[in-house]
Design a binder for this molecule. Structure first.
Ligand code: MSP
Length: 502
């Protein structure tokens, strides 16, 4: 048991929550819930990024103050996360006083330690990214991410002396080989660091929608230089030392590959500059693609998370998001693919396992469940599923954990097809088969709870078990033999009704 701190990036408040942002958030939620099962004290942080030019422009276009605009749009994220059953502990907004305090204290700490200085800046800027690009990066005068023209900017800026951290970053990467995963992304970050680091501009004098630089009211902090600090603002940085030390530096940051450089290069260096340890883990993932393109506002190909939930159901969307594209890879997401996976793995595998077992119990045992069988074949399979799921979650890989759990579900269906309990006469042999399957269902209700909590709670209740899978502990409560039976069970409505495939 310990403390586990997990974060998502804070999402730009301008964007509607779509499946791309839901992807990161659902993965973080599953990992957080897994740690709750382990008995850890968990802090799961998400939120919205609300400063910068892009947001000021959107507010003006809507005839609103930036703050009113942000209040309205930030709420959409909370609503979407509620719809998806995201159990975050804290939702931070960068317009909150606690974030102002922490961001200013952090900026001041970097300045006091000699890593911030004033100079002139001239360069190519992408408003959508809120980032400067070099001539080589802005191919054809366009932003490499948004493929839209960059603009020439010139102003007095405070700079962060990133160039002084090259050796310290390389030493850090060596000391903490799992700082950045997967390996390919670690190498990409190392490539940036090795290629030589330039100081970066971290303030703007041309803009007012931001957090003032504490020692120079003529500047606001560049949005990335303060947004990253949200991870600290939420855990008492500069205010409550005891709280801060409880959670830091154990942070696990999930992030998309589009923001690798900010998180894997700037952020650890900024932490060192401010005199604190860098975060423990940076877990980089790929993009959800639609027809081969990144799902994004600029591409106008976003699938709304909320719409998909009303079509398929909350747990179906969670499951498919977790399983369809394992963290680390890019992968296509389509409605057809989602429905096909839902039918194959939820309806036909887990849902069907429950209906088959419950209906044989009804027909041959008067609806009274037998206790767990000896599990000659399935107990070792359940042990393996647990071990491997645990390993996958440790590697921050919920997709693989689900793969392992579904091997167990599949093995149980295969066992039923082999023994055909629906043809067996009542008696100890039948009870053994049914008891094994029921015990697997109990174990799966716990192990799959981080991914599909509502369905697992429902399955738990249908098994006649007291309490909730949420209150169980891994590994003790997933040891073979926990199911006592002797309770009435009913097949009921399908757990996962089949959906029409296109
Ligand atoms: N506000 C910054 C992050 C600051 S963190 C200190 C930002 N916001 S964002 O709204 O653009 O969202 C970024 C994150 O959303 C990505 O890194 C990724 O985690 C997630 N995704 C957004 N679109 C995505 C896909 N199409 N696919 C997968 N993840 C996506 O950058």
């Amino acid at each position: 048991m310990g403390h586990f701190f997990i974060t998502t990036p804070i999402y730009y408040v301008n964007d509607a929550p779509h499946l791309g942002s839901a992807y990161t958030t659902v993965n973080a939620d599953a990992i957080a819930r897994w740690h709750r099962l382990l008995g850890d004290e968990v802090r799961f942080l998400t939120g919205t990024d609300e400063h910068g030019l892009k947001i000021a422009q959107a507010a003006a276009a809507n005839d609103m103050t930036p703050k009113d605009w942000a209040d309205q749009t930030s709420q959409r994220f909370r609503d979407a996360w509620d719809t998806l059953g995201i159990g975050y502990d804290d939702f931070i907004r960068t317009t909150e006083p606690r974030h102002y305090r922490a961001a200013q204290a952090f900026f001041q700490a970097m300045y006091d330690r000699g890593y911030v200085y004033l100079s002139k800046y001239e360069g190519l800027y992408c408003v959508a990214c809120e980032a400067y690009y070099s001539e080589e990066e802005a191919v054809g005068g366009n932003c490499p991410i948004h493929a839209r023209p960059v603009t020439q900017m010139r102003e007095d800026n405070y700079f962060f002396a990133l160039s002084k951290f090259q050796d310290r970053l390389l030493a850090l990467y060596e000391r903490q080989p799992d700082l950045v995963t997967p390996e390919a992304k670690r190498n990409e970050a190392l490539g940036f660091i090795r290629s030589g680091l330039q100081d970066i501009s971290i303030s703007r004098s041309s803009l007012s929608w931001g957090i003032p630089v504490p020692f120079d009211a003529g500047h606001v902090m560049y949005v990335w230089a303060e947004a990253l600090v949200n991870y600290l603002s939420a855990i008492g940085y500069g205010v409550n030392d005891q709280e801060f030390q409880t959670w830091w530096p154990g942070a696990h940051h999930l992030l998309g590959k589009d923001i690798l450089r900010f998180h894997c290069v700037w952020w650890p260096a900024m932490c060192m500059a401010a005199g604190i340890d860098p975060p423990a883990r940076l877990r980089v993932h790929g993009w959800l693609l639609v027809g081969g393109q990144k799902m994004s506002k600029s591409a106008a190909n976003q699938i709304s998370a909320v719409d998909l939930v009303s079509d398929l159901g909350r747990d179906a969307v969670r499951y498919v998001l977790l399983r369809q594209v394992p963290l680390g890879q890019d992968g296509d997401f389509s409605y057809e693919g989602a429905v096909a996976r839902y039918n194959a793995e939820l309806a036909n595998q887990l849902g069907n396992l429950w209906s088959r077992v419950a209906s044989v119990v009804r027909k041959k045992r008067g609806g009274i469940a037998p206790p767990a069988g000896r599990g000659e074949v399935l107990a070792p399979a359940a042990g393996l599923a647990l071990e491997r799921a645990k390993e996958a979650f440790e590697q921050l890989n919920p997709a693989n954990a689900l793969g392992e759990i579904w091997h167990l579900v599949h093995a149980t269906n295969v066992m039923l097809e082999r023994t055909e309990p629906w043809k067996m006469p009542p008696g100890p042999d039948l009870d053994e088969v049914l008891g094994d399957a029921l015990e697997v269902l109990r174990i799966v209700a716990i192990l799959a709870w981080p991914a599909i909590p509502g369905s697992c709670e429902e399955l738990w209740a249908r098994l006649g078990l007291p309490g909730s899978p949420a209150d169980q502990r891994v590994p003790v409560d997933v040891r073979w033999g926990g199911y006592r039976g002797s309770v009435p069970i009913e097949p009921g409505q399908p757990l996962f009704p089949r959906r029409m495939e296109a």
